[in-house]
Design a protein around this ligand. Structure first.
Ligand SMILES: CC(C)(COP(=O)(O)OP(=O)(O)OC[C@H]1O[C@@H](n2cnc3c(N)ncnc32)[C@H](O)[C@@H]1OP(=O)(O)O)[C@@H](O)C(=O)NCCC(=O)NCCS
Length: 248
Protein backbone atom coordinates (compact mmCIF):
# COMPACT_ATOMS: atom_id res chain seq x y z
CA UNK A 1 0.00 0.00 0.00
CA UNK A 2 2.72 2.45 1.09
CA UNK A 3 4.85 1.68 -1.98
CA UNK A 4 1.81 1.87 -4.28
CA UNK A 5 1.18 5.37 -2.97
CA UNK A 6 4.80 6.38 -3.44
CA UNK A 7 4.61 5.15 -7.01
CA UNK A 8 1.50 7.31 -7.55
CA UNK A 9 3.35 10.35 -6.20
CA UNK A 10 6.24 9.70 -8.59
CA UNK A 11 3.86 9.25 -11.53
CA UNK A 12 2.13 12.52 -10.61
CA UNK A 13 5.48 14.32 -10.75
CA UNK A 14 6.21 12.78 -14.15
CA UNK A 15 2.82 13.83 -15.51
CA UNK A 16 3.31 17.43 -14.40
CA UNK A 17 6.96 18.00 -15.12
CA UNK A 18 7.90 17.51 -18.77
CA UNK A 19 11.55 17.49 -17.70
CA UNK A 20 11.14 14.30 -15.62
CA UNK A 21 12.29 11.30 -17.67
CA UNK A 22 12.33 8.26 -15.39
CA UNK A 23 10.83 7.22 -12.06
CA UNK A 24 14.33 6.70 -10.72
CA UNK A 25 15.23 10.29 -11.60
CA UNK A 26 12.21 11.59 -9.67
CA UNK A 27 12.89 9.35 -6.67
CA UNK A 28 16.54 10.36 -6.48
CA UNK A 29 16.56 13.99 -7.52
CA UNK A 30 13.19 15.64 -6.86
CA UNK A 31 13.00 17.66 -3.60
CA UNK A 32 9.20 17.54 -3.83
CA UNK A 33 9.28 13.75 -3.55
CA UNK A 34 11.78 13.78 -0.67
CA UNK A 35 9.77 16.41 1.24
CA UNK A 36 6.57 14.45 0.70
CA UNK A 37 8.03 11.16 1.96
CA UNK A 38 9.36 12.97 5.04
CA UNK A 39 5.96 14.67 5.51
CA UNK A 40 4.06 11.35 5.34
CA UNK A 41 6.33 9.96 8.07
CA UNK A 42 6.23 13.14 10.19
CA UNK A 43 2.43 13.39 9.87
CA UNK A 44 1.98 9.74 10.93
CA UNK A 45 4.06 10.45 14.04
CA UNK A 46 2.27 13.75 14.69
CA UNK A 47 -1.25 12.26 14.69
CA UNK A 48 -0.06 9.46 17.01
CA UNK A 49 1.18 12.03 19.55
CA UNK A 50 4.92 11.89 18.67
CA UNK A 51 4.92 15.60 18.07
CA UNK A 52 8.55 16.49 18.75
CA UNK A 53 9.83 13.68 16.54
CA UNK A 54 7.36 14.75 13.84
CA UNK A 55 8.66 18.34 14.00
CA UNK A 56 12.24 17.07 13.98
CA UNK A 57 11.71 15.12 10.76
CA UNK A 58 9.88 18.07 9.20
CA UNK A 59 12.75 20.45 10.01
CA UNK A 60 15.38 17.99 8.79
CA UNK A 61 13.47 17.69 5.49
CA UNK A 62 13.30 21.49 5.28
CA UNK A 63 17.08 21.71 5.60
CA UNK A 64 17.54 19.18 2.82
CA UNK A 65 14.85 20.35 0.39
CA UNK A 66 13.98 23.97 1.19
CA UNK A 67 10.36 22.85 1.58
CA UNK A 68 8.82 23.32 5.02
CA UNK A 69 5.68 21.26 5.59
CA UNK A 70 4.32 21.31 9.12
CA UNK A 71 3.54 17.72 10.18
CA UNK A 72 0.09 18.83 11.35
CA UNK A 73 -0.94 19.86 7.80
CA UNK A 74 -3.27 17.55 5.86
CA UNK A 75 -2.20 16.67 2.31
CA UNK A 76 -4.05 14.47 -0.18
CA UNK A 77 -2.68 12.14 -2.84
CA UNK A 78 -0.52 12.93 -5.86
CA UNK A 79 0.74 16.23 -4.44
CA UNK A 80 3.59 17.83 -6.37
CA UNK A 81 5.80 20.87 -5.79
CA UNK A 82 7.71 21.84 -8.92
CA UNK A 83 11.30 22.96 -8.20
CA UNK A 84 10.65 23.03 -4.43
CA UNK A 85 12.65 25.58 -2.43
CA UNK A 86 11.04 28.38 -0.43
CA UNK A 87 7.73 26.59 0.09
CA UNK A 88 6.00 26.92 3.47
CA UNK A 89 2.87 24.94 4.40
CA UNK A 90 1.39 25.81 7.79
CA UNK A 91 0.08 23.57 10.52
CA UNK A 92 -3.65 23.86 9.80
CA UNK A 93 -3.39 23.92 6.00
CA UNK A 94 -5.56 21.35 4.21
CA UNK A 95 -4.70 20.22 0.70
CA UNK A 96 -6.88 17.98 -1.47
CA UNK A 97 -5.79 15.48 -4.13
CA UNK A 98 -3.82 16.34 -7.29
CA UNK A 99 -2.71 19.75 -6.06
CA UNK A 100 0.39 21.34 -7.53
CA UNK A 101 2.52 24.16 -6.15
CA UNK A 102 5.49 25.91 -7.67
CA UNK A 103 8.51 27.18 -5.77
CA UNK A 104 8.16 30.10 -3.36
CA UNK A 105 4.55 29.38 -2.37
CA UNK A 106 3.39 30.14 1.17
CA UNK A 107 0.23 28.67 2.67
CA UNK A 108 0.44 30.88 5.73
CA UNK A 109 -1.55 32.08 8.70
CA UNK A 110 -2.56 35.62 9.61
CA UNK A 111 -3.49 35.05 13.21
CA UNK A 112 -1.71 33.98 16.37
CA UNK A 113 -4.69 31.96 17.58
CA UNK A 114 -4.36 28.18 17.78
CA UNK A 115 -7.42 27.26 15.67
CA UNK A 116 -7.69 26.92 11.90
CA UNK A 117 -5.54 29.73 10.53
CA UNK A 118 -4.10 28.41 7.26
CA UNK A 119 -5.70 27.96 3.82
CA UNK A 120 -7.66 25.04 2.42
CA UNK A 121 -6.84 24.04 -1.16
CA UNK A 122 -9.45 21.78 -2.72
CA UNK A 123 -8.51 19.08 -5.22
CA UNK A 124 -6.87 20.02 -8.50
CA UNK A 125 -5.68 23.49 -7.44
CA UNK A 126 -2.51 24.90 -9.05
CA UNK A 127 -0.59 27.66 -7.26
CA UNK A 128 1.91 29.69 -9.31
CA UNK A 129 5.47 30.50 -8.32
CA UNK A 130 5.86 32.91 -5.41
CA UNK A 131 2.14 33.11 -4.60
CA UNK A 132 1.11 33.66 -0.98
CA UNK A 133 -2.23 32.37 0.27
CA UNK A 134 -2.88 33.79 3.70
CA UNK A 135 -5.44 32.98 6.37
CA UNK A 136 -8.18 30.35 6.59
CA UNK A 137 -9.43 30.97 3.05
CA UNK A 138 -10.68 28.27 0.68
CA UNK A 139 -9.37 27.87 -2.86
CA UNK A 140 -12.08 25.99 -4.75
CA UNK A 141 -11.46 22.82 -6.75
CA UNK A 142 -9.37 23.24 -9.92
CA UNK A 143 -8.81 26.95 -9.27
CA UNK A 144 -5.51 28.49 -10.40
CA UNK A 145 -3.54 31.09 -8.48
CA UNK A 146 -1.24 33.30 -10.57
CA UNK A 147 2.47 33.62 -9.96
CA UNK A 148 3.23 36.15 -7.18
CA UNK A 149 -0.43 36.66 -6.27
CA UNK A 150 -1.34 37.39 -2.65
CA UNK A 151 -4.65 35.70 -1.88
CA UNK A 152 -6.56 36.81 1.21
CA UNK A 153 -10.10 35.85 0.20
CA UNK A 154 -11.82 32.68 -1.00
CA UNK A 155 -11.40 31.82 -4.68
CA UNK A 156 -14.32 30.01 -6.37
CA UNK A 157 -13.85 26.57 -7.96
CA UNK A 158 -12.33 26.67 -11.42
CA UNK A 159 -11.43 30.36 -11.22
CA UNK A 160 -8.04 31.99 -11.87
CA UNK A 161 -6.92 34.64 -9.37
CA UNK A 162 -4.05 37.07 -9.96
CA UNK A 163 -2.44 40.17 -8.45
CA UNK A 164 -2.09 41.77 -5.02
CA UNK A 165 -4.55 41.46 -3.41
CA UNK A 166 -5.64 38.67 -5.74
CA UNK A 167 -8.72 39.17 -7.89
CA UNK A 168 -10.50 36.64 -10.04
CA UNK A 169 -10.04 36.92 -13.82
CA UNK A 170 -12.69 35.36 -16.05
CA UNK A 171 -11.60 32.20 -17.88
CA UNK A 172 -10.57 32.79 -21.49
CA UNK A 173 -13.63 31.00 -22.89
CA UNK A 174 -16.00 33.20 -20.88
CA UNK A 175 -14.51 36.50 -21.98
CA UNK A 176 -16.97 38.12 -24.36
CA UNK A 177 -16.34 40.42 -27.25
CA UNK A 178 -19.66 42.22 -26.57
CA UNK A 179 -18.99 45.82 -25.53
CA UNK A 180 -21.51 47.19 -23.06
CA UNK A 181 -22.98 50.52 -24.30
CA UNK A 182 -20.48 50.43 -27.14
CA UNK A 183 -17.67 51.40 -24.76
CA UNK A 184 -14.40 49.71 -25.65
CA UNK A 185 -12.93 48.15 -22.54
CA UNK A 186 -9.87 46.40 -23.89
CA UNK A 187 -7.45 49.31 -23.46
CA UNK A 188 -8.57 50.53 -20.04
CA UNK A 189 -5.47 50.96 -17.87
CA UNK A 190 -5.39 49.31 -14.50
CA UNK A 191 -7.13 51.14 -11.57
CA UNK A 192 -3.90 52.29 -9.91
CA UNK A 193 -2.65 53.86 -13.16
CA UNK A 194 -6.03 55.60 -13.58
CA UNK A 195 -5.91 56.96 -10.02
CA UNK A 196 -2.37 58.31 -10.57
CA UNK A 197 -3.48 59.89 -13.87
CA UNK A 198 -6.33 61.63 -12.02
CA UNK A 199 -3.92 62.99 -9.39
CA UNK A 200 -1.55 64.34 -12.06
CA UNK A 201 -4.48 66.18 -13.73
CA UNK A 202 -5.48 67.63 -10.37
CA UNK A 203 -1.89 68.83 -9.71
CA UNK A 204 -1.81 70.50 -13.16
CA UNK A 205 -5.08 72.34 -12.41
CA UNK A 206 -3.84 73.45 -8.97
CA UNK A 207 -0.49 74.68 -10.41
CA UNK A 208 -2.35 76.76 -13.00
CA UNK A 209 -4.58 78.25 -10.27
CA UNK A 210 -1.56 79.14 -8.06
CA UNK A 211 0.10 80.86 -11.03
CA UNK A 212 -3.07 82.87 -11.64
CA UNK A 213 -3.21 83.96 -7.98
CA UNK A 214 0.49 84.94 -7.96
CA UNK A 215 0.03 86.97 -11.11
CA UNK A 216 -3.03 88.70 -9.62
CA UNK A 217 -1.04 89.54 -6.46
CA UNK A 218 1.82 91.02 -8.49
CA UNK A 219 -0.60 93.10 -10.57
CA UNK A 220 -2.26 94.52 -7.41
CA UNK A 221 1.08 95.45 -5.85
CA UNK A 222 2.31 97.10 -9.02
CA UNK A 223 5.10 94.56 -9.49
CA UNK A 224 6.07 94.17 -5.80
CA UNK A 225 6.51 90.63 -4.51
CA UNK A 226 3.26 89.93 -2.70
CA UNK A 227 2.06 86.80 -1.08
CA UNK A 228 -1.36 85.94 -2.45
CA UNK A 229 -2.11 84.25 0.83
CA UNK A 230 -1.94 87.28 3.09
CA UNK A 231 -3.24 86.98 6.67
CA UNK A 232 -6.89 87.92 7.13
CA UNK A 233 -7.30 91.67 7.66
CA UNK A 234 -3.86 92.57 6.28
CA UNK A 235 -3.90 95.82 4.27
CA UNK A 236 -4.25 95.17 0.57
CA UNK A 237 -1.00 95.24 -1.34
CA UNK A 238 1.25 94.70 1.72
CA UNK A 239 3.59 91.78 1.83
CA UNK A 240 2.63 89.35 4.56
CA UNK A 241 5.19 89.51 7.37
CA UNK A 242 5.91 85.93 8.17
CA UNK A 243 8.39 85.08 10.96
CA UNK A 244 11.69 83.77 9.63
CA UNK A 245 12.95 80.56 11.19
CA UNK A 246 16.73 80.44 11.65
CA UNK A 247 18.93 77.50 12.45
CA UNK A 248 20.39 76.99 15.93
C1 LIG B 1 -2.77 32.88 -13.37
C2 LIG B 1 -2.56 32.02 -14.57
C3 LIG B 1 -2.86 30.57 -14.22
C4 LIG B 1 -3.53 32.62 -15.59
O1 LIG B 1 -3.77 31.79 -16.66
P1 LIG B 1 -5.03 32.09 -17.68
O2 LIG B 1 -6.32 31.86 -17.03
O3 LIG B 1 -4.69 31.36 -18.90
O4 LIG B 1 -5.00 33.65 -17.87
P2 LIG B 1 -4.38 34.51 -19.04
O5 LIG B 1 -3.01 34.05 -19.39
O6 LIG B 1 -5.40 34.57 -20.14
O7 LIG B 1 -4.27 35.94 -18.34
C5 LIG B 1 -5.42 36.64 -17.92
C6 LIG B 1 -5.01 38.03 -17.55
O8 LIG B 1 -4.27 37.97 -16.33
C7 LIG B 1 -2.95 38.49 -16.52
N1 LIG B 1 -2.06 37.62 -15.74
C8 LIG B 1 -1.83 36.30 -15.94
N2 LIG B 1 -1.04 35.82 -14.98
C9 LIG B 1 -0.75 36.85 -14.15
C10 LIG B 1 0.02 36.97 -12.97
N3 LIG B 1 0.66 35.92 -12.45
N4 LIG B 1 0.07 38.17 -12.37
C11 LIG B 1 -0.59 39.25 -12.89
N5 LIG B 1 -1.35 39.19 -14.02
C12 LIG B 1 -1.42 38.00 -14.63
C13 LIG B 1 -2.69 38.42 -18.02
O9 LIG B 1 -1.78 39.40 -18.42
C14 LIG B 1 -4.08 38.68 -18.56
O10 LIG B 1 -4.35 40.06 -18.48
P3 LIG B 1 -5.21 40.78 -19.65
O11 LIG B 1 -6.56 40.10 -19.65
O12 LIG B 1 -5.28 42.21 -19.18
O13 LIG B 1 -4.45 40.55 -20.90
C15 LIG B 1 -1.10 32.04 -15.12
O14 LIG B 1 -0.86 33.26 -15.79
C16 LIG B 1 -0.03 31.88 -14.03
O15 LIG B 1 0.40 32.82 -13.37
N6 LIG B 1 0.42 30.59 -13.86
C17 LIG B 1 1.50 30.26 -12.94
C18 LIG B 1 2.67 29.72 -13.73
C19 LIG B 1 3.94 29.60 -12.91
O16 LIG B 1 4.02 29.98 -11.76
N7 LIG B 1 4.95 29.04 -13.51
C20 LIG B 1 6.21 28.85 -12.86
C21 LIG B 1 7.06 27.96 -13.72
S1 LIG B 1 8.63 27.76 -13.00
Amino acid sequence: MFFKRLREEIDAAMRRDPAARTRLEVALLYPSFHALVAYRLAHALWVRGWRLLGRFISQAARTLTGIEIHPGATIGQRFFIDHGMGVVIGETAEIGDDVMLYHGVTLGGTSLSHGKRHPTLESGVIVGAGAKILGPVTIGANARIGANAVVVKDVPPGASAIGIPARVVPPRDQRQDFMAYGTPTADLPDPVARAIGGLVDQIDRLSARVNELEQAGKDRAGGAQVSPIAPEGAPEGRVAQLPLRTRG
